[in-house]
Design a protein around this ligand. Structure first.
Ligand code: FAD
Length: 106
């Protein structure tokens, strides 16, 4: 089985990549489905304490699914909330597409 950290790294990779490739101008249906995705995801994420805290967090901060940039920034903030809880450095959310879509500029 994946341990909590491997599961977390893989999952964040998937979630941030998905947000970085979400449409700039989603249809109403896509926006609703993406909100549902995160609500359902938070119920079944296979680390119970992680899932419970994430459910609370997205209740306070519902998914921003009206554009790619809003979704990517929203998710970056959610990840930073977990980083803060775990005492990890916070990520600079202005670099989100560089990290997860375009590749680092050098
Ligand atoms: P990760 O935090 O896994 O990050 C992977 C990479 O993402 C980093 O190397 C960095 O390049 C990039 N990154 C970092 N921060 C951001 C950001 N804000 N936005 C975009 N990219 C970023 N673990 C627990 O112990 N307790 C929990 O309650 C918990 N809850 C979790 C909830 C969710 C929804 C998920 C997906 C994971 C959770 N985890 C939890 C796992 C935890 O977040 C980490 O994945 C794990 O500790 C491994 O950390 P890491 O240092 O390898 O980097």
């Amino acid at each position: 089985p994946l341990d909590k950290d491997d599961l977390g790294r893989s999952t964040w990779g998937f979630l941030h990549s998905m947000a970085s490739y979400y449409p700039d101008k989603p249809t109403r249906r896509q926006a609703e489905d993406m909100s549902k995705f995160f609500n359902i995801f938070s119920q079944f994420y296979p680390c119970e304490p992680c899932a419970l805290d994430f459910q609370e967090d997205i209740k306070k901060h519902p998914p921003k699914t009206d554009s790619r940039d809003h979704l990517a920034q929203w998710l970056c903030e959610r990840h930073n909330t977990v980083n803060r809880k775990l005492g990890k450095p916070l990520f600079d959310c202005s670099k989100i597409h560089e990290r997860w879509r375009d590749g680092w500029k050098d």
